[in-house]
Every structure is written in structure tokens, then in C-alpha cells.
Design a protein around this ligand. Structure first.
Ligand code: B12
Ligand code: SF4
Length: 453
């Protein structure tokens, strides 16, 4: 079967299918996108309380049941309801938890196990489950119920994550999520997207508009577009940004510097305020070594041009551990990035992920010494770097994060500037929208329930 490996058993034509994420090891065990990159409190948190993969599957194949980030006892209790199929959606760093979940499902007599999501690219997975799904799977899952979901009819689900103040998880903002394009035409050596999502396509725009309308009705003012390269399909992006403008959304988007530069003025007018780009390094040699197909000047120009636009907050992805770098050259690179003046940084250690060109290159040239799944969250050195030891890399990561994301710079300067600029441009509307309405909506919002507008 296309896109999946198969040790298929005979299951009924109307099977009971349960799809889960990895379990939470303790109640607060949600991946916190900000907490991984800012060490001190007070700070904001941004917790992954909904799984985009499972939300898409449930929206398009309502016959399935989904279970997002259960605690272990909740998972075991759910298994007891009796299922023909139990499937898991996970990242590489969650494989140990999923292995334990698979054992428990087998122990309880589940007849068929499935795996999907990026973690399913790992070579251990086909031994763990009966069926591995690679790439978008709405259509394949629907086929288990005798239906088809063509690519152009995939419906977008509602999914939100909370932005809160820590300590205390005090709710501040509900962020509505969008994921509008699968696949990528670039071939950065560290990235799994080109091998995972081989077919590029856009999600049905009418269904996206329905979701944005729902966010608006629920009082949501901010949207994060999770796409890796938003704007790669210009006509689609044009339609989508017009929808966002119509509902007066303030939006965040991940894309490449060149695409932001091309569309900056229009997108800014239509509500773009939080651009996220992969700067990756301040060295063109390092950029070229990962085939990023990006010029350093593009990122620098983006900082210059966005600085002129009030209310913008610029975040970057940055990696350390390029093969020719040393401790000294890395610290120099970090200083150079700091001087450019982005507002916040996500810092990762270059990590080989299965089936990427980087994975085979590193295995061939240096060797991978650490196969602890939990260490594949891009915060550990898992391979034999020629110039930097694992402990030195650990020190470098901490120093880099502490230097780039000083709370005073991120909040003291960055947020204070945002508040000033929003107040200057929106006046009392800013007070209503950002100080009164947003926290009130956030205080009562249930992120865990999937709704179908
Ligand atoms: C949004 C995103 C995130 C979100 C979380 C998203 C999530 N799903 O939980 C955040 C920002 C938190 C995040 C964090 C990280 N991410 Co990330 N992220 C992405 C991104 C851009 C989109 C993923 C997404 O939500 N897609 C939308 C949904 C709808 O698609 P999907 O998950 O693929 O699901 C579909 C199919 O896979 C399938 N499916 C999924 N599960 C299942 C299960 C079954 C049983 C079946 C049948 C089918 C199925 O059906 C779904 C519908 O079609 C991808 C790149 C990309 N282009 O996809 C990287 C990506 C997944 N991330 C990646 C990485 C490296 C990370 C980090 C390690 C980096 C870092 N340090 O920040 C961390 C993880 C940290 C941690 N501690 O866990 C890597 C791969 C990771 C891996 N193999 O483990 C990717 C591929 C990017 C890359 N450049 O290579 N990420
Ligand atoms: S890092 Fe981004 S641009 Fe590069 S291949 Fe992956 S998704 Fe495409």
C-alpha cells in the first residue's frame, strides 16, 4: 500500500480504531515550546495541548477515536474499552513511551497496531507495530472504513494552544493554529519533511475559512500558522492572508527569509506580526553545509525591514554543532547573531533524524553514539562531533540560550516595545483586546476538546 508498510491482519470493515499520542509521564508533561528555550521565570509558556496530526485525522475520519496526551492510567483505562486497532502519533523523542504503550496494547489483546507521524520513520518502528504510515494519512485511515478522502478535500480542524504566564500557568492568550500546506520543495540535509511528506498540497481553503471564522467567534485574536514555508504557494497564501485580514487576526507564521521579504508589506497590512525564520547560523559556510539554499543577507535584510514596522516580534531558529565549528567559533557566531537584534531565539543542536541525508552522512563520517530516544529533541549531542565533546556541547547550548534569550531582552525590551507600539497604533482598542478580552477568553478555554464547526 502506498505510503505505508504493511503486515496487515484481517480486521472488520467497521473497525474500532483508537489513535493516541505518546502518554504524559506526569500531569504537567506537555511539550512547552517556550520553556525549552528560556531558562528563567517569570516567562510565558506555550504548551502543546492538542495534536495537529490527530486533530486532522479525527476531523476527516470521524469514525475513529482519538486520545491526546493521556496520563498512563487514562490510556490503560481507555484500552479496556476494547479496540480492533490502536495507533500512535509521535516524534522521535517519544518512541520509548510509545514502545511501552504498544506492549500494553498487545497485552490487552489489541489485534492491530499502527504508527504515524515523524517518529514512525525510525527503523525500530516496523518491528513494534503492524502498519507504518508515512506522510499525510487522512485518505489511508478513511480506507479502513471503506471511504476515501482525496487530497483537495482534506478538511482543516480546530486546534488551539494556550499562551500563559509562568510560574502558575496563568492563562493569557488562546492561539488558534493553522497548518495549510504539506510538503516542501527544498532539501535541507537535516530535515525530514522532504522524505516524510513527499506530495505537496494545500488544505482545502473553504474549510480553513470556516475554522478562522470559528476562532473569531470564540474571541481568538492570534493565529499561528505552523507551516514550515508559508507563502511557497503565492496564490493560496494570498487567499489565506485576505481571510486572516477579514477577521482582523494578528498572525504568526514560519517561513523562509526570502518569502517574508517578497511579501512583507502586503502580509504586514494583513496582520502578520510574528515572523519566524530559520536563520540556523551566521556563517554562510555552515548554511551551505546543510544545503539551506539561503543567503545570510536575506535574514539580515529581514531584520532591517521588520524593524521599521511597528508591533512586529521576530523569532528565529538557530542551530549549533556544525561539523567544522569549534567551541570558540560557535561562541563567536552566537555573539554575531545577538548583535543582529532578533527578538527571540529557538536554539537546537544539530541532530541527525532517521532517513535524512544528515543521518546517513553522520553515520558514515562520524558515527552516532547515543540512541536514547528522549535525547532526540535537538537538545543533546548524539553523534561524534570532530571538535566538540558532548559535555562541551551541553555547556554551549546553555550558554547560547542564556545569551540569546536573556529574559530582560525578551520581555523587558521586546514585550515592552510591543506594548508601546500597540498602544500607539490601537489606543483604547489595545486595552480592550489585549488587556481585557484576551485573558478573559483564555481563562475559560478548553483546549483539549475537539469541536467541529
Ligand atoms: C508544528 C511542528 C512542531 C510543533 C509540535 C507539532 C506536533 N505535531 O506535535 C512544535 C513547535 C512544538 C515542534 C517541536 C519540535 N519539533 Co517540530 N515540527 C512541526 C512541523 C512544522 C509541523 C508538524 C505538524 O503539526 N504537522 C501537521 C500535522 C497535521 O501533520 P502530521 O503531524 O504529519 O500528521 C499527519 C501524518 O503524519 C499522519 N499521522 C500522524 N500521526 C499519525 C498516527 C497514525 C496512527 C496514523 C495512521 C497517521 C498519523 O496523519 C496526519 C494527518 O495527515 C514539522 C515539520 C512539518 N513540515 O511537518 C516539524 C517537525 C515534526 N519537528 C521536528 C523537530 C526536530 C522538532 C523538535 C525536536 C525541534 C525543537 N527542538 O524544537 C521539537 C520537539 C521537541 C520535543 N521536546 O518534543 C522535526 C522532526 C522531529 C522528529 N522526527 O522527531 C520536523 C519534521 C521538522 C524538521 N525540520 O525535520 N514541532
Ligand atoms: S527545513 Fe524547512 S525549507 Fe528546509 S527542507 Fe525542511 S521544511 Fe523545507
Amino acid at each position: 500500500m502506498k505510503g505505508s508498510s504493511n503486515k496487515k491482519k484481517v480486521i472488520s470493515s467497521n473497525p474500532k480504531v483508537l489513535l493516541c499520542t505518546a502518554y504524559r509521564r506526569f500531569p504537567g508533561d506537555y511539550l512547552d515550546y517556550v520553556g525549552e528555550n528560556v531558562y528563567l521565570t517569570p516567562r510565558v509558556s506555550f504548551k502543546r495541548k492538542a495534536s495537529p496530526g490527530l486533530r486532522f485525522l479525527k476531523q476527516n475520519v470521524p469514525e475513529i477515536e482519538t486520545l491526546e496526551f493521556p496520563l498512563w492510567h487514562q490510556y490503560v483505562r481507555k484500552l479496556k474499552e476494547g479496540w480492533d486497532v490502536v495507533g500512535f502519533s509521535f516524534f522521535e523523542n517519544e518512541i520509548a513511551e510509545v514502545a511501552r504503550m504498544a506492549d500494553e496494547a498487545r497485552r490487552q489483546g489489541v489485534r492491530e497496531l499502527w504508527a504515524g507521524g515523524y517518529g514512525a520513520l525510525d527503523e525500530a518502528i516496523p518491528r513494534m507495530v503492524d502498519r507504518v504510515f508515512v506522510g499525510a494519512a487522512e485518505d489511508q485511515v478513511a480506507q479502513a472504513f471503506g471511504r476515501r478522502v482525496p487530497q483537495d478535500q482534506i478538511q482543516h480542524p480546530v486546534m488551539t494552544w494556550p499562551l500563559a504566564f509562568e510560574p502558575g500557568s496563568i492563562p493569557y492568550l488562546v492561539i488558534g493554529l493553522l497548518y495549510t500546506e504539506r510538503g516542501c520543495p527544498f532539501k535541507c540535509t537535516f530535515c525530514q519533511t522532504p522524505v516524510f511528506d513527499r506530495h505537496r498540497f494545500n488544505i482545502n481553503i473553504e474549510s480553513i475559512e470556516r475554522v478562522v471564522r470559528h476562532y473569531h467567534k470564540r474571541g481568538i485574536t492570534d493565529i499561528l500558522i505552523l507551516d514550515e514555508i508559508f507563502g511557497i504557494s503565492p496564490q493560496f497564501a494570498d487567499k489565506l492572508t485576505l481571510i486572516l485580514a477579514r477577521y482582523k487576526m494578528r498572525w504568526w507564521a514560519q517561513s523562509r527569509a526570502a518569502l517574508f521579504l517578497r511579501h512583507l508589506d502586503t502580509w504586514y497590512e494583513r496582520g502578520l506580526r510574528f515572523p519566524l525564520i530559520g536563520v540556523e547560523t551566521m556563517s554562510q559556510r555552515s548554511l551551505d553545509s546543510i544545503s539551506k539554499s539561503q543567503k545570510l543577507e536575506e535574514a539580515l535584510e529581514l531584520v532591517r525591514r521588520t524593524r521599521e514596522k511597528p508591533g512586529m516580534y521576530r523569532m528565529v531558529y538557530y542551530m549549533i554543532g556544525y561539523e567544522h565549528e569549534t567551541v570558540e567559533s560557535t561562541l563567536e557566531d552566537v555573539r554575531s547573531l545577538k548583535s543582529v537584534g532578533f527578538d527571540a531565539h529557538q536554539v537546537n543542536i544539530i541532530t541527525p533524524f532517521p532517513k535524512t541525508p544528515l543521518w546517513s552522512d553522520i553515520q558514515k563520517n562520524y558515527g552516532i553514539f547515543d540512541r536514547t530516544y528522549r535525547h532526540y529533541d535537538a537538545k543533546y549531542l548524539v553523534w561524534n562531533h570532530p571538535h566538540i565533546s558532548a559535555s562541551a556541547m551541553h555547556y554551549l547550548l546553555n550558554t547560547t540560550i542564556a545569551t540569546l534569550n536573556k529574559p530582560f531582552d525578551i520581555y523587558g525590551k521586546g514585550f515592552a516595545r510591543l506594548i508601546r507600539e500597540r498602544f500607539a497604533s490601537d489606543g483604547l482598542r489595545f486595552i480592550w483586546r489585549d488587556v481585557i478580552k484576551a485573558p478573559s477568553v483564555a481563562a475559560t478555554f478548553n483546549h483539549r476538546r475537539q469541536v467541529f464547526p
